[in-house]
Ligand binder design. Structure first.
Ligand SMILES: NC(=O)c1ccc[n+]([C@@H]2O[C@H](COP(=O)([O-])OP(=O)(O)OC[C@H]3O[C@@H](n4cnc5c(N)ncnc54)[C@H](OP(=O)(O)O)[C@@H]3O)[C@@H](O)[C@H]2O)c1
Length: 264
């Protein structure tokens, strides 16, 4: 049987999608014929992304800061209005500032927790409420990081706060499965975006080497010998965000070129 995504006409919300991983996810769903709403916190970047995506199909944008409750409430309300309900949520988010554990402040922990822990849980609840009310077979896909299995140096707040996504996926999979909603997580490794370029710049600065040298050292640790592309990651979002993965829920799937060494 040929693989068919069945996404034509499906209603998809992708957060943090004006560039990078979220943008590639939105593009991949549009290429499958889905109707897509994208989100970002900066209106100019969001408009630019919509202009790039519009030739591919039905896409609109909602400016909202994912770390703020009023913005999350409005995002869900406006996305449901624009699409007539949400069938797939692809949750991507922004990144807290890099830094070691000892460089953090109370405020930096709070900001990271708001963006990486509270935001996905609250948004998932609001979107799931709509799915349950509409009795649609919903799909929630959370983009996390391979760092939730093996912490990465110099992104302490992310290492600590993002691990909550694993608990969220497993908790929601159990609670929402009986309601026909599947919940899965993706653990990206190093993916070629602006964000990862900043990570290599920061790593280079700390070690007194160029960003290119920092990247080359890191790539030696990746069995496939290179960092990934946003498009390679987006194909996994399409799989988990469609009925191609109809018997998959509660999974945390690494897409990392093999960099994770841990078993389980
Ligand atoms: N690239 C990687 O290798 C990698 C690996 C593992 C995990 N991750 C994580 O994956 C996520 C996406 O990374 P990326 O590489 O795609 O980053 P990116 O290229 O910097 O893109 C980040 C996107 O998030 C949006 N955003 C940031 N803060 C937001 C907020 N508060 N509310 C709404 N949208 C917001 C940005 O748009 P605006 O600035 O306009 O809001 C932008 O569209 C990040 O959490 C990152 O830490 C990345």
């Amino acid at each position: 049987m040929p693989l068919q995504s069945g996404l034509a006409g499906q209603r998809v919300l992708v957060t943090a999608a004006s560039q990078g991983i979220g943008f590639a996810a939105a593009r991949a769903f549009l290429e499958e014929g889905a109707r897509v709403v994208i989100n970002g916190s900066n209106s100019q970047r969001l408009e630019k992304a919509i202009a790039q995506l519009r030739p591919l199909g039905s896409v609109s944008g909602i400016v909202a800061d994912l770390s703020k409750k009023p913005d999350l409430d409005r995002l869900v309300q406006e996305a449901e209005q624009a699409l007539g309900g949400v069938e797939t949520l692809v949750y991507v988010t922004g990144s807290p500032a890099p830094g070691t554990f000892m460089e953090q402040s109370f405020e930096s922990w709070q900001a990271a927790a708001a963006l990486l822990t509270v935001s996905p849980a609250y948004l998932a609840q609001r979107v799931a409420q709509g799915m349950v009310a509409a009795q649609v077979p919903g799909r929630l896909v959370f983009s996390a990081s391979f760092a939730i299995r093996e912490p990465i140096p110099n992104i302490a707040t992310s290492n600590v706060c993002r691990i909550a996504l694993a608990g969220l996926v497993r908790t929601l999979a159990r609670e929402l499965g009986p309601k026909g909603i599947r919940v899965n997580g993706v653990l990206p490794g190093y993916i070629a975006t602006d964000r990862v370029r900043h990570v290599f710049e920061d790593a280079g600065r700390r070690r007194g080497v160029s960003p290119e040298a920092a990247q080359a050292t890191l790539v030696q640790e990746i069995p496939l010998g290179r960092i990934g592309t946003p498009e390679e990651l987006a194909r996994v979002f399409v799989f988990l965000g469609s009925e191609m993965s109809s018997y998959v829920t509660g999974a945390l799937l690494p897409v990392d070129g093999g960099i994770l060494r841990s078993v389980g």
